[in-house]
Design a protein around this ligand. Structure first.
Ligand SMILES: C[S@@+](CC[C@H](N)C(=O)[O-])C[C@H]1O[C@@H](n2cnc3c(N)ncnc32)[C@H](O)[C@@H]1O
Length: 298
């Protein structure tokens, strides 16, 4: 079988499954699988579409195609996912980074800018990413800060996760993307951070209600519940982080939290106005309430 025949075959198979799994994109997915197995670019597979596949390539393609037909996300099959300007290794130990989360990174950079241009800035910036997973948010911020800081200020980024394998994955991603000034450690939220204080805390914690029917659909079925689901209709971790962040922020420090698009109002209500101000929820690229931020009063 040559490249063109296999692409046509795979597209037909995937189109058959699109009815039950709307997340399947037959043309793109078939092409990505072929590129992955042959190691050739999309343009090469199209320009030299009469190239014959070896028996080993065919056998590997068959296995990968079956995984995709079963609904497994492309990122888990290919082992990588782009995020911000990084390429991240992914595994079933944690969430596949989402484009929505880039909204959190953008707004965190705004807060960082406000912090470093404020008169009381000490010249060193400490940033914490809670529930770091692949390290997506921590690494994107560290990458931006590298070019932003030049020799004008120093910074350090810490990413923590409950899951040991996620911590190892985040460390691997730091090396893979050649990012320094970032450390990853295992911790149950703030438990390993006693005595530390941060200018900025960011988090995309689990926030889905365990009864949410979307958990039974598409690629989410392959992601670990430890990365998705929180008690109290999805609010338990958001609430815990907000209440405890008080003890881990420097005066006038910022917190930014990603949450579900219907959760903004309740998340805002978790901030005690005796301690917090500038509480606001920001919308993502689809105009959905996605990130709530707040600043410690003093
Ligand atoms: C929604 S995922 C976010 C992953 C990553 N930050 C991202 O945006 O792609 C939530 C992460 O929180 C971690 N997590 C869940 N409970 C935790 C806890 N009690 N303490 C620390 N991390 C936790 C999960 O293992 C998972 O990696």
């Amino acid at each position: 079988m040559n490249y063109a025949d296999w692409l046509a075959f795979a597209e037909t198979q995937l189109t058959g499954n699109k009815k039950t799994d709307p997340f399947i994109n037959p043309k793109v997915d078939a092409s990505l699988l072929l590129q992955f197995v042959t190691g050739c670019s999309r343009s090469f597979t199209l320009a030299f579409s009469e190239t014959l596949l070896s028996p080993q390539e065919l056998a590997q393609l068959e296995k990968l195609l079956q995984r995709r037909i079963n609904g497994e996300p492309m990122a888990y099959i290919l082992g990588e996912q782009p995020f911000w300007s990084l390429n991240l290794k992914v595994s079933t130990d944690t969430l596949i980074p989402r484009a929505d989360t880039e909204c959190l990174v953008e707004n965190a950079l705004d807060c960082i800018h406000r912090r470093i241009t404020c008169k009381t800035f000490t010249g060193h910036l400490d940033i914490l990413d809670l529930g770091t997973g692949t390290g997506a948010i921590a690494l994107a911020l560290a990458q931006e800060l590298r070019s932003m800081s030049k020799n004008l200020f120093s910074f350090s980024v810490i990413g923590i996760d409950l899951v040991d394998n996620a911590v190892s994955l985040a460390k691997e991603n730091a090396t893979y993307n050649k990012i320094e000034n970032v450390n990853f450690l295992q911790s149950h939220w703030f438990s390993s951070l006693k005595g530390k204080n941060f200018d900025l805390i960011v988090s995309n914690p689990p926030y889905i209600d365990e009864k949410d029917p979307h958990l039974q659909l598409g690629g989410v079925r392959f992601e670990p519940l430890s990365a998705l689901v929180a008690r109290e209709q999805g609010y338990a971790d958001l609430h815990y982080i907000i209440v405890n962040a008080l003890n881990y922020l420097k005066p006038k420090g910022w917190i930014l939290l990603e949450h579900g698009w219907t959760q903004g109002e309740k998340v805002r209500s978790f901030f005690d106005v005796n301690f917090w101000h500038n509480i606001q929820t920001l919308v993502d690229y689809n105009q959905n309430e996605r990130v709530t931020l707040a600043q410690l009063k003093s």
